[in-house]
Design a protein around this ligand. Structure first.
Ligand code: NAD
Ligand code: UDP
Ligand code: UDP
Length: 330
């Protein structure tokens, strides 16, 4: 039977990016099955979608096999912030590798396209700047970030081997730092840390000199890129960089967070974590050419929306609404 809509599986669907992706897919008329073990995600991220009969949530850990019937798979399940993925590094590696094998086995059985949420971390601390997809990266295989970096690199290997060996239709997106509403307030990532610290009037913790750079993509731009990649012709496998090519130092970001919140917070310097990449900026020529995609939301607009989200969430928490550890400072 021909259906105009698709049944789409989103693993990690209760997380930051996953919840926005579920929302965008529902808005396009698809049915969405959100699979999540709630390690870093939360039901609160998808509560507003539960009244939609086309939306379903299943608690499941993708390191175990999953038998469902769907038309497309987005594999986002994996903790993404250094604090979270280093909390249980063995489980992080299992999620990337065993999880990829299970989701690829599922895609193979169903003959369904599968998209992998890979990462700019596959480039490690790069010598090539900006990073192009043909750069192989400079990754420490035995450091504290390795569970994530090497897990994601091996997952890419598995995706390309399932493609070559079994003809699975794969899509590998290398996602660069993405931010926006529903980031976990305590996961240690730089945008949520700085915004929450500024709103609470607490010191802004810049690690190292603050001269290291990142390029920040607003979540709606990223989600549009993921969906375009999934909808691209079968020969577009990636890897393909998705991110915003405007580069900022971490100190600049701290100053913007202070300015846009109107905060009186001061900047304090803290030790730089081991293996922290010194620079990161995507070359998105491939995404422009193959997907007709590029980011449209400037950091100023995106930060202001993110600040508004955290401000409201803090007010809700203070009023006793269900929250994710967001109370304002007292
Ligand atoms: P997140 O931590 O908010 O979301 C990850 C989700 O996966 C959470 O809901 C978590 O509970 C779930 N999860 C973790 N392990 C699981 C398992 N074994 N089984 C089922 N569910 C599991 O992070 P995010 O920022 O939304 O990242 C989503 C994906 O995008 C991740 O794969 C991440 O590596 C990738 N990514 C994100 C960024 C970014 O800047 N946000 C950058 C590069 C790559
Ligand atoms: N798998 C799954 N759901 C499916 C099909 C497979 O979770 O619908 C898992 C399966 O349990 C296996 C993995 O995916 O561990 C890889 O499957 P594949 O068919 O590639 O390998 P095999 O089953 O031959 O080991
Ligand atoms: N960072 C910082 N202060 C914080 C959190 C992070 O200076 O409170 C820095 C971190 O050292 C890194 C950058 O901000 O250089 C981005 O960190 P994040 O954890 O968000 O992501 P990464 O790109 O390192 O995975």
């Amino acid at each position: 039977m021909q259906r105009s809509h698709k049944r789409v599986l989103v693993t990690g669907g209760a997380g930051f990016l996953g919840s926005h992706l579920c929302e965008a897919l529902l808005a396009r008329g698809h049915e969405v099955l959100c699979v999540d073990n709630f390690f870093t995600g939360s039901r609160l991220n998808v509560t507003h979608l539960l009244s939609d009969p086309r939306f379903e949530v299943m608690r499941h850990d993708i390191t175990f096999p999953l038998f469902v019937e769907v038309d497309e798979i987005y594999n986002l399940a994996c903790p993404a912030s250094p604090v979270h993925y280093q909390h249980d590094p063995v489980q992080t590696t299992k999620t990337s590798i065993h999880g990829a094998i299970n989701m690829l086995g599922l895609a193979k059985r169903l003959k369904a396209p599968i998209l992998q949420a890979s990462t700019s971390e596959v480039y490690g601390d790069p010598e090539v700047h900006p990073q192009t997809e043909d750069y192989w990266g400079r990754v420490n295989p035995i450091g504290p970030r390795s569970c994530y970096d090497e897990g994601k690199r091996c997952a890419e290997t598995l995706f390309f081997d399932y493609n070559r060996q079994h003809g699975v239709n794969i899509k590998v997106a290398r996602i660069f730092n993405t931010y926006g509403p529903r980031m976990h307030p305590n996961d240690g990532r730089v945008v949520s840390n700085f915004v929450v610290q500024a709103l609470r009037g607490e010191p802004i913790t810049v690690y190292g000199s603050g001269k290291q750079t990142r390029s920040f993509c607003y979540v709606s731009d990223l989600i549009e890129g993921l969906i375009r990649l999934m909808e691209s012709p079968a020969d577009v496998t990636g890897p393909i960089n998705l991110g915003n090519p405007r580069e900022f130092t971490i100190r600049e970001l701290a100053e913007l967070a202070i300015r846009y919140t109107g905060s009186a917070s001061e900047i304090v310097l803290r030790p730089l974590p081991q293996d922290d990449p010194r620079q990161r900026r995507p070359d998105i020529a491939r995404a422009r050419e193959l997907l007709g995609w590029e980011p449209t939301v400037e950091l100023e607009a995106g930060l202001k929306r993110t600040i508004a989200y955290f401000r409201n969430a803090m007010a809700d928490a203070d009023a006793g609404e269900p929250s994710r550890g967001l109370r304002a400072a007292t």
